[in-house]
Structure formats: C-alpha cells, structure tokens
Design a binder for this molecule. Sequence first.
Ligand SMILES: [Zn+2]
Length: 357
Amino acid sequence: MSNLSVVERLKEAGMMTNVLRVAQPNADLKEFQTLMNEMGFGDQLNWEVNADSGFYDEYCIAAVQEFCKKNDIEADGTEITEEIGERLIILYESLDELQDLHEAWQEDKNEIELKEGSTSKALISSFQTIMNDLGYGKQLNWSKYKNDGHYGASSIAAVTAFIADAGLEGEDPTFISDTVIQAMMVKHGAFYGKKWMDNPKQEASSSDGSTLTEFIGVNFQGKKVLADDLFLPELQKIDKYAGEFGIKIHVTSSFRKDANVKGAIVTPSKMSNHMAGHAIDMNIVFPGGWANSAYLKKSNEANWHDSVKGFIDAIRDDETLRWGGDFNTEDPVHIDDGLNVRSREEWKARFAATQLT
Ligand SMILES: [Zn+2]
C-alpha cells in the first residue's frame, strides 16, 4: 500500500523526475526502489549492494528501462512518465495476486480446485485480476463482475479465449487446469522483473498490528472491499443477510485513506468509520431492480422491494451493525458497525493500524 502511494503521489505532483533527481537521498525514491525490487527488478537495481539508495542513479534508470522493455513502452528510463506511472500502478496492484497464486500453486496445487462452486474464491479472484491485466476484461465482463471470485460463464469465456490465444487446444475451460495456470503465470510474470516471485510484497496485514485485508463475499460485487481485520466478521454477517434475502451488495466504497496521514497519525476532525476500515457504501441489486441512494431513502421505504426491506431490517436488527439511513443525517448507502461511537479510543487504534499499512 505505502509503496503504491509513492507512485500515485509523485504522479500527481506532475512526474517523478523533478522530485527524484535531487542531490540528497530522497525518501520517496527509497520507497520507489523498494517497490521496483518487489516487482522483481533487483538485478537492475543492484539491490544486494545498492538497495534503496534514495538516488535516481544508473541502477534505478536500468530498472525503469527494463520495466519499459517488458511492457512495450518506448522510453529510456531517465524519467517516470505518466504512461510508465500508470502501468506501474496497475501491475503493482496485481503483484500480490500473482504472488499468492504462484505460492498456492507451488505449495498446495493438489488440494486446490479452481472451478464453479470452488471454495478457493480468493484464488479465483486473483486469477480474474490477472486475466484482466492480460487483456481478457471483455470476456470476463470485468466492468460488471470485476474479480468476484465466481468461476461462471464469463470466466469460462475468458479462459476459452486464453486457451486459443496460447495455443493450448484441448484444455478444458470449465476449470482452471495446471497447464492454463502455468501459462498464465508465465505470461503475466513477463511484465515484471525476473525476480517477481522472490520478494513477497509487503502484506497489508503484517505483524506490527496493521491489519487491512481484502474481503470477498459470495453476495458482494462492485469495488474491492478493504477492511480492518476486526470488521471482517461483520462483513460476513452482511454477506449472510444478503444471501438470506436474495440480494447482492454492490460496493461503491470501503476503506478510505486519509490524505493527511504521512508517517505520522493525526486524528482527523471527522472520525469516519471508512477511515478505520469499518464501513462500506453500497447499492443493492435485488430481483428485477437496482437500489441506489434515492431508492434507499427512508421516505421511499414503503415502496421497497420485499428483499430490500428484509435485508435492511436484518441490518437494523443486528446487535452491532448500523444502517446509515437511520442516521440523523441520512446516509442510506452506508453500513458500519458504529466503532466511532462505541469507543473513540478503539476507533483511533484501528485508524492508526489501517492507515499506516
Ligand atoms: Zn459511508
């Protein structure tokens, strides 16, 4: 996370070069070098000797050059252009998914079944992210389903196309075979440096109490859900209620990064549960319709579909969860667990733990 933000931050600042080409070692550049090392460019960086020098030196240029070569970008590596920055962000975001898949495949290949109804939803989700990176977003119907972890018709269509493109005729697309997954990892891994599998990306949930985790629910779709570990049981309940009433939660927002947090934690004036990873914003997909904020307004409650009414009432009846439509200032797309009102101390602790990941 923190390494991704260095690219985003510098990209926003209007290209990295000016910021990075400084006489003094630069903390941002150290972060950037760590990121490039995680992405497998340790050889070019001369990591063993030079590591995160903090200078945009010849090694750094060589690493960026190699990245460009692997990603068909014409550039000499002496600056991080917008095109390079954007590609870096996409690939850095899916690096841990590629690493997860690779690791699971090395260790437990024989116990994993990647197909419809599989329990390995997280791995299927990783697989879908990678397939999207590889250009199969259309078949995956990515804009609608994203990496939902469900191996349905769209995933099968993507794998069918991949099998044809990779010349793997004869492979069965109704599950993800060893051959297909190996071919896919080779292809995706080629966008990274040679050592992409050697330096597991700094996980958000590390041992220092930082605990930001991706939640994947059967009845969840839309944006990726990032939450504090302590909020995961609540998300599981939301997922369960959604299943009971036959609706889907279309997530539009979850954990929010506080732009003011840069190493030091300052408690913001508004203690939003989103900033502690304890809230989601959502629309509801119900049989025959879509419930957005206008539909979900309390004043429209009499017109709600039974499934929507059942689901919202289940949230209301839950001993922990709160529906934002009942707040004094109505926020009908919002669900949280009231952490900020239950314990301000606890909120601050979770805020610090999640923001600093
Ligand atoms: Zn909200």
